[in-house]
Write a protein that binds this ligand. Structure first.
Ligand code: ADP
Ligand code: GLC
Length: 499
């Protein structure tokens, strides 16, 4: 099928195959899903053709989205095994040609990740993406891969499919959302996923004796991006590079940090249907009505004046809540405030926060171990401050969402948090932060925020308006990706000598 390439006087219209392992509004465990749900839409608005493929997980609500079976039994070969998968077209995101990969034995499970056969589960996603492109005649100019789950696509295109005429002009872009999750497996699996043994080398998928999906993406892609300019610099250092800093420094000319955007269709206090009282910068006083609903919902005393610090997060080591656990008694016994926590993840954090809520029933409201989209919206809208003491943070969406809702972030200055939060001073700024990853430092930042909230209401209001006025929409970032796609295409052309 020939699809037209030209569009009015600007960058060429491209065919983009977008691959990620989670995608809003269908399925989400973190910010990757927000990005994967929003960037394809923004690219579509720039007039590109976007196609996407997502596993049909158990968590995708059956019957909620309009779907149509395209292939009942579509053969996909991985090594010596042929998997017969189902392919469905799903109409959940307007304008995006989205397909679901149906293979219940792999994806019909309570969680998205963390299984013994994850290598095969995500190799199947990668391989199917290539086979499906052919079957539906969607010849991509670019395959945009995200995180380790999609890392084998660039490896296939540069090894098993190097001379495959269909993909001769297909470039790959690999976006790092989090270098901490690498998809490292035993090299014995190489043949099972259909990669030649020669790829198990430093110049290939080998990573400290493992077969690494992340390494595959980082090594074979034409261009690399990550989700903030600061993280792009950080990951070239030993401290943040998670073992990949050598490779990333060598590829620094092909590595670009592009700040994530926020989908303001979905995250907008003026139109948000999940919050009780809508508001914008001109009606910002209405915001505190949401606080009363939040307090009520979490069983806290209702008091619209009381400063409320919100948290919505995966409860993982990365997120730095050890600092809060260490400082909690001092913070809660010394200060008149409320803390609301929505999060799920590691046992040790979950139980620490449950215990904290028991110890301070009038000060701490916790909803732990659940993923709750409406409550997340209410926390962004109803809190005064939003805490993210992350050890590292590639971009972070929580702080950008809270800014939009006039809820001032308090952050550890790292990664994307540096790129988006500016310290409140007498005139400017939209939040608060601390540099050294220490409980004492975090406490000081919170105390500064509380002191301005309590004693300088005019300054607080100004900072809220600054926050709400920040523009972290996808518009700018999507055109940055356009530029990267062109660079990737050029690199592929140079590499293979095709025109
Ligand atoms: P990460 O992707 O590292 O988890 P981000 O800040 O980029 O961090 O994105 C987190 C996203 O997940 C935000 O949209 C946040 O609101 C959402 N989120 C995290 N935990 C929960 C939860 N328990 N319930 C609802 N939303 C959550
Ligand atoms: C990852 C990162 C987070 C980022 C998100 C979306 O989960 O931890 O910082 O915002 O991906 O790119």
């Amino acid at each position: 099928m020939v699809r037209s390439k030209q569009h009015e006087g600007r960058a060429e219209k491209r065919r983009i195959l977008y691959l990620a392992s989670e995608m809003m509004p269908l399925v989400k465990t973190g910010g990757l899903a927000d990005v994967a749900g929003a960037l394809p839409k923004a690219l579509k608005e720039l007039k590109h053709d976007v196609c996407a493929l997502l596993p049909k997980y158990e968590a995708i609500e059956r019957g909620k989205w309009r779907t149509r079976v395209v292939f009942k039994s579509f053969p996909v070969r991985l090594g010596n095994t042929v998997y017969k998968v189902g392919i469905e077209r799903c109409y959940a995101i307007t304008g995006i040609e989205l397909y679901l990969l149906d293979y219940p034995a792999f994806y019909h499970r309570p969680h998205l990740y963390g299984y013994h056969d994850d290598a095969l589960r995500f190799a199947l996603l990668c391989r199917t993406a290539l086979e499906l492109s052919k079957a539906i005649c969607f010849q991509p100019d670019v395959i945009h891969c995200n995180d380790w789950q999609t890392g084998l696509v660039p490896a296939y295109l540069n090894t098993t499919n190097l001379h495959d005429g269909f993909f001769l002009r297909t470039a790959t872009v690999f976006t790092i959302h989090n270098l901490g999750y690498q998809g490292n497996f035993t090299p014995a699996l190489l043949s099972d996923v259909g990669l030649p043994w020669e790829t198990f080398s430093i110049e290939g998928v080998e990573f400290y004796g493992h077969f690494s999906f992340m390494k595959a993406g980082l090594y074979y892609s034409d261009m690399l991006t990550t989700v903030s300019p600061r993280y792009a610099q950080e990951i070239q250092t030993k401290e943040f590079g998670e073992g990949f800093h050598g490779l990333l420094s060598t590829r620094s000319n092909e590595l670009v940090g592009i700040l994530n955007g926020v989908d303001y269709d979905f995250w907008n206090p003026k139109t948000d249907k999940m919050i009780p009282v809508n508001y914008d910068a001109s009606t910002v006083d209405m915001k505190r009505k949401n606080k009363a609903h939040l307090q009520e919902q979490l069983g806290l005393p209702v008091d619209e004046q009381k400063p409320v610090i919100g948290i919505v997060s995966r409860l993982a080591w990365q997120k730095g809540f050890d600092l809060l656990i260490e400082a909690a008694d001092e913070l809660l016994s010394k200060h008149d405030l409320q803390l609301v926590i929505l999060g799920a993840g590691e046992e040790r954090y979950e139980s620490a926060f449950i215990d904290l809520a028991k110890a301070y029933p009038t000060k701490v409201g916790a909803r732990i171990g659940v993923y709750d989209e409406p409550l997340a919206h209410l926390i962004y809208a109803g809190s005064d401050m939003f805490l993210m003491p992350s050890r590292y943070e590639p971009c972070g969406l929580g702080q950008m969402i809270s800014l939009r809702y006039g809820t001032l972030p308090i952050v550890h200055y790292t990664g994307g948090l540096i790129d988006t939060v500016k310290e409140v001073d007498e005139e400017t700024g939209n939040g608060f932060g601390f540099h050294k990853f220490e409980a004492r430092e975090m406490l000081s930042a919170i105390e500064k925020a509380l002191s301005i909230y309590n004693n300088k209401p005019q300054l607080w209001r100004k900072a809220m308006l600054n926050a709400m006025g920040c523009d972290y929409s996808w518009k700018h970032s999507a055109s940055e990706y356009e530029r990267i796609y062109e660079m990737a295409i050029q690199r592929r052309i140079n590499k293979l000598g095709v025109e």
